[in-house]
Design a binder for this molecule. Sequence first.
Ligand SMILES: [Zn+2]
Length: 809
Amino acid sequence: MGTQAPLHVQHKKLDWFYAPCFTAFWIVLYMAVVLQQVNHLPTPLTLQDEFTQPDSFITERAENVLLNLTNLGPRVVGSEANEVEAVTLILDQVFKVQNEMNQDYFDIEVDLQVVSGQYMHTSLYHGVQNILAKLSAKNNTSTNYLLINSHFDSTPKSPGASDDGAMVAVMLEILRVMANSKGPLEHPIVFLFNGAEEDGLLASYGFTTQHKWAKNCKVIINLDAAGSGGREILFQSISESSWLMNYYSKVTHPFANAVLEELFQFGLVPSATDFRNFRDYGGMQGFDMAYIQNGYVYHTEFDSFKVYPKASLQNTGDNVLSLAKSLGNAPEMRNINNYGNMEHFIFFDFLGWFMVHYTMNTNLIVNILVCVAALIAIVISLCWISKRADLSLLAIVAQFMLTTFIQTLSLALGAAFSILISYVMDVIGCSMTWFSNNWLICGLYFCPVFFFLGILPAGFLEYTKKYALPLGLRIQLFLHSHCLILIVLTISLTFLNIRSAFMFMVAVFFYAAALIGNLITQLHNKGSWFAIPVIVSQIVPFLYFSYVAEYLYFIFIPVTGRNGGASNPDLLIALIAVIFAILLSGFLIPLYLLFRRTRSIILCSLGVAILFMILAIRPIGTPYTPKLAPQRYTVQHANQLYHNADGSIRSNESAIYLYQQDRHIDIAEEVIVKFKAAHETSTVCNNEATCQLDRPSIFYTPNSLWLPVNEPPGIPYERPVLTLTAKTIMNTPNTVRYNYTLTGPDHMMFFIEPKTSAKIINWSFDKTILSRKELVFTFVHGKNNDAFEFFIDLECHSNNTNTQSLEIV
Ligand SMILES: [Zn+2]
């Protein structure tokens, strides 16, 4: 032990100027590796490349299809563009493949399904369309199919390039490549181009519940979008055993994370995909993938061909082609059942380089083993420290507990301060300052956590300068404390059945590795040398956590622009920052205590936080950028007309109706102020049944703006007409059957309410919801706009025949 420094002597601190170099190292690592990998896309292949790579996905072909599809303009269900032009375009492409394909080996069966029904009790759909192409080998005997789905309809105004035209184009190119190949293909592949997704997943439901091939479809690859291009992420997967993940692991550009699946299940992402129908009603296992980058343009007119990055086609094309080939020949497909024992998995990619996946049982074992190993290493380290310092183990444990208390307090204060800022920003009307300039988040919400993680330990070390432990050992106690906190989090989340616990386990794992390395090499005992294994061990988790944080932000930042104004969007952004600041920097910030002028260095992070707060409230923090990050709100020229039972008009008013989609009603308000009049909420509404609903409906959205105008809207299509076609006295006492027909535009909503004296006892809709108080139906028609007919059997106990017994709005 002769080489050790004598105790009670402080180790020399490193010069302060190493601190900025240390910081720069991590920033460079983030910019050079993480930003590169998050945005990495493959080189798109052109028609020239087809000669050298005949079995590859050719982006140029898919690009042409996408251009033609988006040239049709918005493809809303019921419109000519969707029901005729898009259907013709896609069918033409399929027939072209059929004519040019390898006819010695393959068959393509084409079907156009026009389907009607009821979905989720109150969604009525009529004549929506699905285009189907089944690719199979001529000698095929397999009855188990792979299904690949995308939708060709779009939201009003949107050309739907990324959502979901690009996926349609990808599927057509995959169909072409596969049909021109020499095989093999053991299991048929059904390509489903569905024509009604945006109105609530109607067409995929129609396929799953009514098409003759649906029960043979065992595995689904669902392709959709919540952004414009980038890499498509695998964000939901369910299967019997891990066989599906084994195949996904072999794709060229893996991008996946089970954390997203969990966030999606918790409802933090306000959308749903067709995957739900295939899984819940078709019992299929499979993959749900979507574009998530540039969510600002999602469902807007800016989701255009021009904005969509074409290299994304290559990325998705390579991945889905690889999956189609491998699943189409997978031995596991031979014995597979719908509604088998489905499992969730832990899965994630590392920087797009490779996949990691394991079962939930393994997850439990791994989380516990890693935590136990880390705990043992910490205990051994404490014993060594006690021996080295010639202090009792109890004294060291007491010191460790104190350190853990300070570390916990630092984390809590950092988190609280960050969250406090999110409230302040909201209260002063400056929420969403990072909406366009995302980098503001770093100063606003990360730096406060960094500051508290540094300043309290620094103060404590200064205060206990004279304490018998050398600086290096006391810093190691802080690192151990942080590890202990992460162990507690890992174990708690694991037992709460939260799959994302694995993220904390990863942090524990890499620190435990450094600690074990230090114990073996005895570097923990040599001044500042313990820092080397710690720094090396932090490179992988730093890359991983900043990579995940990066794409969680590019998912959630645009989401705050469209999930209503009810909650403070800064809070969500601050919470993500707190979690990732803890994961990213918890083992790095204590290392700053090795540098001279520690407190000045740590104060810099507070300085950055303050600077960014000032910037945020200046013009630089204006949330929106025209076209790139636009504000969303809905403006409708509306007319509400109430009739009495005798057909006379009870009230008739027109208005400009505006409701916000984000926190900034104040900015949306400027739009309505341009109409040079005050706004208010309709008072007619207060007395009418439609406004008593719990759910927000038209004219009843909180904080909506309502500007009465004299002019009724010029409606370019037929108005809805509800006609009572028959009134029949039934055999059951006091019961009358009312038959109605409804005609009108492709999208209608109606509301049915029996008055107190009456009761609906039967009708043509779903009978399981007869007892519900709110009966709001949506009605969508696709190709088929015949009159919609329905009946209601009403039991009436009032003798007064003039009493109103039923209201239909
Ligand atoms: Zn979509």
